[in-house]
Write a protein that binds this ligand. Sequence first.
Ligand code: FAD
Length: 312
Amino acid sequence: MVGCVVAMEQLGQGDQSLAAGWGAHCTIGTLPILDHGTEEQKRRWVTPLARGEVLGAFALTEPAGGSDNRSLETRVTFEDGHVVLDGRKVFISNAGTSISYGVVALARDPDGGFVSVIVPRGTPGYSQGNPYRKIGWHALDTREQVFDHVRLPLDHVVGGAGTGLRAFLSSLDAGRISFAALSLSLAQAALDEAIAYAQQRIQFGQPISRHQAIQFKLARMAAAVESARLLTYQAAWLYDQGKPYKKQAAIAKLVASETAVSCAAEAVQIHGGYGYILDSKVARLYLDSKILEIGEGTSEIQQLVIARQLGC
Ligand SMILES: Cc1cc2nc3c(=O)[nH]c(=O)nc-3n(C[C@H](O)[C@H](O)[C@H](O)COP(=O)(O)OP(=O)(O)OC[C@H]3O[C@@H](n4cnc5c(N)ncnc54)[C@H](O)[C@@H]3O)c2cc1C
């Protein structure tokens, strides 16, 4: 995970959409099968994912609920040695590109438990909507997924009936560390852009970086970025050591995403009117930042997770 964070820090400074797609691929798109699949499932599905031959995707969110994953309405039934999936998912990333193999979808079983089902593209009854037009992350493929009586052999069920939610939630905890790193990368890029601009933009006869008001903005951004970095690497290190990391992952995601949003806004402010023009890098960072407080659990949900870990 520390290696993933290092890579994510670099990728995300270059392009948030690419980094977000890669992060989802490595975490929620792959870990449910890697951590909970059979050896045969790992050979069949994880091998091409790990080689980068196909892109991984996970479908949890539905029209009726994203935060409240227990409200899922997508259903499976079991008949004649097959699993049959019916339902609709919204906002699903990575499932509709030319290298997407399909998606792992979370659904309710007849007993009210949860199952994860691997649904390959081309399976009859599985279709996708057009890509959403988003505020940012323009290069990330995000679409609706429709499952209309999708019938698959039982070996497409991950982790066995009833363990789907556990399989997904553990991947989501890991995904939060990757999302924290994605946020950190955006915050760092915003800080770098702001420093460079402040040193060359002359107003009132001197670079604006000589004005204390600008210096204080840059100092606060730097302090926030360093805090987010330490929290993110701490969570990644705990994960790699096999120690409990749920609380730290949520704290890192909460702090890093809020840092990204505030740093992007301050970077635009330091750029003045040029920051508001879409051609500027800080404008793109600004547009890409907001989703970081929403995806993989909103800031409110991170606070719920942290509070529960505190014993509330
Ligand atoms: C670009 C993009 C890519 C995405 N990719 C994926 C993907 O690949 N796979 C996937 O499954 N999902 C994906 N999502 C969905 C994303 O995870 C959800 O949008 C997110 O979890 C929030 O769910 P929601 O949109 O249903 O909002 P809601 O759950 O309806 O929340 C609305 C608001 O209410 C707040 N709220 C909800 N419950 C509580 C509570 N108990 N206490 C306090 N506040 C609360 C939320 O914090 C939020 O502010 C993606 C979304 C976007 C926009």
